[in-house]
Design a protein around this ligand. Structure first.
Ligand code: PLP
Length: 416
């Protein structure tokens, strides 16, 4: 019997990449048959520093070998202390961010649930404004602020207390969601009461690699501050350097009230999430929001090692920005060559999307890439976008190799 047939129909990535992966190092995953694949998926941005980075692995092995605590709910551990020290010193202090740190549970959606719950508790209000195309996770609170109809449909119950607005550029920029929100809040008969919070991604990842303009984000932050609405930035996919700086909102010069962080935080693919918020928002009662797996100490160890290795200076940030310009050029040239089939390329730092006029072609291109040894996924409302998320630590040669394979895959997909 094929062991994998035991797995539920809910499985997804394994359908597009039907090989058994066994080992992984840096930018490559190797299947059991020995074939290596260049990984421009990077665990959906959970592996910004590549697979099994040797410095992180050493820290983890040393910790395990000395019988460091593996599981600790939210007890005090040496591994947590080191992580908090390092996170405060290397991430928060240099950016003058006066955030408290909550360990909400191991995954991204845990961070979003904590953020939504806290915003409602602090303000005593219920509605959260979310944007078209937004993705925030699969638990009920996160689904309620997620745009995608199929994902919301899985909830099986009404998802309420959410007000949806057009994201920057929605419907070719024909509508201003921010002006609409402002006008509706001015009118006591608009039907919209003052929301508790707005939740936003600076670049929508699952929504099809859609970057919001820096000016739009700054306007949103200004509106929130002026109205007393809490601004939640979901930096789960775009944080930890994916767009260049550690936090993706830095480039827009905004300071969110609440930040959701996960994916590449542990740097090693180990589950870990944080919810950060301004100190005066810390109105939680002890134990009011808890969970068994908030103390994943091996993840704290690799997260600490990652902060020391990659965020002691601005070298990685600068390198990612330079590489972003290279991707913009190469993909711009590719999109221009196939203008009849490709409508745009979008991105920032090392997250890029090639937008196809037909969703079926995006799928064919991703399949052709896989056949040539490159892992890329699709995203967007109809999966019309081929999404590139190479490890930030990929070499220049690996980045060029991936872009060359993509070029060939587009040619083959267009022919096919
Ligand atoms: N928020 C964003 C922006 C995401 O991209 C994701 C996952 O892709 C999530 C939340 C949910 O994270 P998780 O799958 O770890 O629950």
């Amino acid at each position: 019997m094929n062991a994998f047939s035991l797995e539920s129909e809910v499985r997804s990535y394994s359908r597009n990449w039907p090989v058994v992966f066994d080992r992984a190092r840096g930018s490559r995953m190797t299947a059991r048959d020995g074939r290596a694949y260049l990984d421009f998926f990077a665990g959906a941005s959970a592996l910004n520093y590549g697979h099994n980075h040797p410095v992180l692995k050493r820290a983890l092995l040393d910790y395990l070998e000395r019988d460091g605590v593996t599981h600790s709910l939210d007890m005090l551990t040496a591994a947590k202390e080191e992580f908090l020290d390092e996170f405060g010193a290397r991430v928060l202090a240099p950016r003058r961010l006066d955030y408290k740190v909550q360990f909400p549970g191991p995954t991204g959606t845990n961070s979003v649930e904590a953020a939504l719950k806290l915003a409602r508790k602090v303000t005593g209000r219920q509605t959260v404004v979310a944007f078209t195309g937004g993705f925030h996770g699969m638990s009920l609170g996160s689904l309620a602020v997620t745009g995608n109809a199929a994902k919301r449909g899985g909830a099986g119950v009404p998802l309420g207390h959410t007000w949806r607005l057009p994201y920057d550029g929605f419907a070719d920029g024909g509508f201003s969601g921010l002006r609409l929100l402002d006008a509706m809040l001015d009118d006591s008969s608009s039907g919209l009461d003052l929301p508790a919070a707005v939740i936003v991604e600076t670049v929508q990842g699952e929504g099809g690699v859609k970057p919001a303009g820096h000016a739009w984000l700054a306007d949103l932050a200004e509106l929130c501050e002026r109205r007393g609405i809490l601004l939640i930035v979901d930096d789960i996919q775009m944080g930890c350097g994916r767009t260049g700086p550690f936090f993706s909102f830095e480039a827009a010069g905004v300071t969110p009230d609440i930040v959701c962080l996960s994916k590449s935080l542990s740097g090693y693919g180990l589950p870990m999430a944080l919810t950060l918020f301004r100190a005066e928002l810390d109105v939680w009662q002890p134990g009011e929001h808890n969970g068994t797996f908030r103390g994943n100490n091996p993840a704290f160890v690799t997260a600490t090692a990652a902060l020391r290795e990659f965020w002691a200076d601005s070298a990685l940030e600068k390198q990612t920005e330079v590489r972003g310009a290279l991707f913009e050029d190469r993909l711009g040239e590719l999109a221009g060559r196939y203008a009849a089939r490709v409508s745009a390329r979008r991105g920032r730092g090392l997250v890029w999307g090639l937008v196809f006029r037909e969703a079926a072609l995006a799928r064919r291109v991703a399949d052709e890439a896989f056949a040539r040894g490159l892992l890329v996924e699709t995203s967007g409302s109809d999966d019309e976008v081929v999404k590139l998320l190479p490890p930030l630590t990929a070499t220049d040669e690996e980045l060029a190799e991936g872009l060359d394979i993509l070029d060939q895959a587009v040619a083959a997909g267009v022919d096919g």
